[in-house]
Design a protein around this ligand. Structure first.
Ligand code: PRP
Length: 176
């Protein structure tokens, strides 16, 4: 049984406008620098590819693939690196680009891994922030939208690996 989409939470137009605003902020903050945007696969890729096309500063991109060690239903926050960055980030201005921060555990772990590699700076940009679910505080520098504690799909976010292609973010209700 396929899930039911209850309603659109953030429309395509709203996303486009907010992504442009975030890109403007980043372009202003990184004027004269060449930041490396690090996308955490897979959810972050749609946001990354839209964001980078709105940037007016030179930049590089790189990817990391991680999987969390789960204990039953809940993530433990311990992350295994499945695919690492292709380049050394020492001395670089790095921006982690995520689709969503939920408990914060994944990002907290990745942040510490990357900080140990001595980037010149490390900032975090997320399209969605589900603050109500936060278990560990992570410093987020750029936030697209704060969202309620609902299961959301679309614009990179999946339900069983599908629906990442939706151009909007929707609230999903699983079918019984
Ligand atoms: C999502 C999202 C973040 C993480 C956030 O990835 O992209 O990486 O969960 O959750 P947290 O704040 O509770 O740690 P997911 O593990 O669903 O993988 P995906 O990006 O491949 O869909």
């Amino acid at each position: 049984m396929e899930p039911r989409i209850e309603r659109t939470l953030i429309s395509e137009v709203q996303i486009k406008q907010r992504v442009r605003e975030l890109a403007d902020d980043i372009s202003r903050d990184y004027k004269g620098k060449i930041p490396t945007l690090v996308s955490i696969l897979k959810g972050g890729i749609i946001f990354l590819t839209d964001l980078m096309r709105d940037l007016t500063v030179l930049h590089e991109i790189d990817f990391m693939s991680v999987s969390s060690y789960d204990s039953g239903m809940e993530t433990t926050g311990v992350v295994r690196i499945l695919a690492d960055l292709s380049r050394n980030i020492e001395g670089k201005d790095v921006i982690i680009v995520e689709d969503i921060v939920d408990s914060g555990l994944t990002l907290d772990y990745i942040r510490h891994i990357l900080l140990a590699r001595h980037p010149r700076s490390l900032k975090i940009c997320t399209l969605l922030d589900k603050k109500a679910r936060r278990l560990v505080e992570v410093p987020i520098d750029y936030i697209g939208f704060e969202i309620p504690n609902e299961f959301v799909i679309g614009y990179g976010l999946d339900y069983q690996e599908k629906y990442r292609n939706l151009p909007y973010v929707a609230i999903m209700v699983p079918n019984e």
